[in-house]
Ligand binder design. Structure first.
Ligand SMILES: Nc1ncnc2c1ncn2[C@@H]1O[C@H](COP(=O)(O)OP(=O)(O)OP(=O)(O)O)[C@@H](O)[C@H]1O
Length: 324
């Protein structure tokens, strides 16, 4: 299974130093030369995208940037970012996840379902020797596939911002990780009203991302909305407003509870089920990209995946999206 690294095994103190001051003032000609070089040699830099073909080209997870993933409790932030992480691995990226809310085994249980596209607890497998063998084979493949692609940091509860930054530096330097997922911001600071702590932490994350040329995905909660019908935006984030100012991208995961209510009440028509997504990814900021907007997704329960249209098969996450 994926590599798990724990605080007891590694001396993270070695990675606690502040980011070195960078040489900040340089003549513009240095960068103009870089533009000339790019024109002369427009070699395509590797790009990291979201897993769905319909999202290709809309939002990129660029090296040196931080993406803030926001949403209310239970709205699917961990599931979406887990699926994105698997897809990034499929695109050749090396990903580490530090969830201070969920144990690695639980994170991997969900990601295993997403990767295999199936629910191992499905009654179809029960009592079937062939079914059991197929499942074990699939999970053996999952284990092998994750080997040089996926790492999980094993520590739950509250940590200090300094510790988290050290873990990310370690992962970038020693494990050559290119994407780091932190779940979630509030576990890394003193509290919801610790505005300065939040600002300093996110500032440090942007510096680490830039210095190590990795992408950091930071999960964050929104303030309790007045109604679940409200589609949040970047101003609904908990804590300091500076957080959204500092990050490069903001994506909000909104679960369509009004649709779920209609279904429970027997009022959801086939047409509405087809037209209305189960989840919206609302991109409310993309500093270095032109697109902002919403992406509708449907929840596929067995695989715990989000798919692009009602009835779509789960995605093959071990391939890059263009291969689907
Ligand atoms: N759009 C959806 N439709 C149906 N079920 C959903 C949807 N989104 C999430 N869920 C369910 O909600 C559960 C919680 O999802 P998840 O843990 O990803 O939320 P979260 O936003 O990370 O929550 P928290 O903020 O509490 O960590 C999932 O196990 C899934 O079953």
């Amino acid at each position: 299974m994926a590599n798990v690294f724990v605080p007891d095994d590694i001396d993270f103190a070695l990675y606690e130093q502040e980011t070195d001051a960078q040489q900040k003032v340089r003549e513009a000609a240095v960068w103009v030369q870089e533009l000339i070089d790019r024109i002369k040699n427009p070699a395509r830099t590797p790009q990291a995208f979201m897993p769905w073909r319909k999202t290709m080209g809309l939002l990129q997870f660029r090296p040196g940037e931080v993406t803030l993933w926001g949403g209310a409790n239970g709205n699917g932030k961990s599931l979406v970012t887990g699926q994105v992480a698997l897809s990034l691995c499929g695109q050749g990226e090396r990903v580490a996840i530090a969830s201070f809310e969920m144990k690695p085994i639980k994170t991997l249980e969900r990601m295993g379902r997403q990767w295999s596209g199936t629910n191992p607890a499905h009654p179809a497998y029960a009592g079937s020797e062939l079914g059991l063998k197929a499942l074990i084979d699939t999970y053996e493949q999952f284990k092998e596939w994750t080997g040089d692609k996926l790492w999980l940091y094993d520590q739950q509860g509250t940590v200090t911002a300094k510790q988290v930054c050290a873990v990310i530096r370690y992962a970038a330097k020693e494990l050559k990780v290119t994407h780091f997922v932190v779940d979630s911001l509030m576990k890394c600071v003193a509290g919801e009203d610790d505005y300065n702590g939040q600002k300093l932490f996110v500032d440090e994350l942007t510096a680490i991302a830039r210095d190590h040329q990795i992408h950091i995905h930071l999960i964050h909660h929104i303030k309790k909305p007045a109604s679940e019908d409200h589609k949040p935006n970047k101003y609904d984030m908990k804590g300091s407003g500076a957080v959204t100012d500092q990050v490069d991208n903001v994506v909000i995961v909104w679960r369509n509870k009004p649709k779920e209510r209609k279904r429970e009440e027997g009022l959801l028509t086939d047409e509405a089920n087809f037209k209305e997504p189960d989840c919206l990814l609302i991109c409310d900021k993309q500093r270095n990209g032109e697109w902002e907007g919403s992406i509708g997704l449907w929840f596929e329960k067995d695989s715990q995946q989000f798919v692009a249209a009602l009835g779509d098969e789960p995605l093959t996450l071990y391939c890059p999206p263009e291969a689907y």
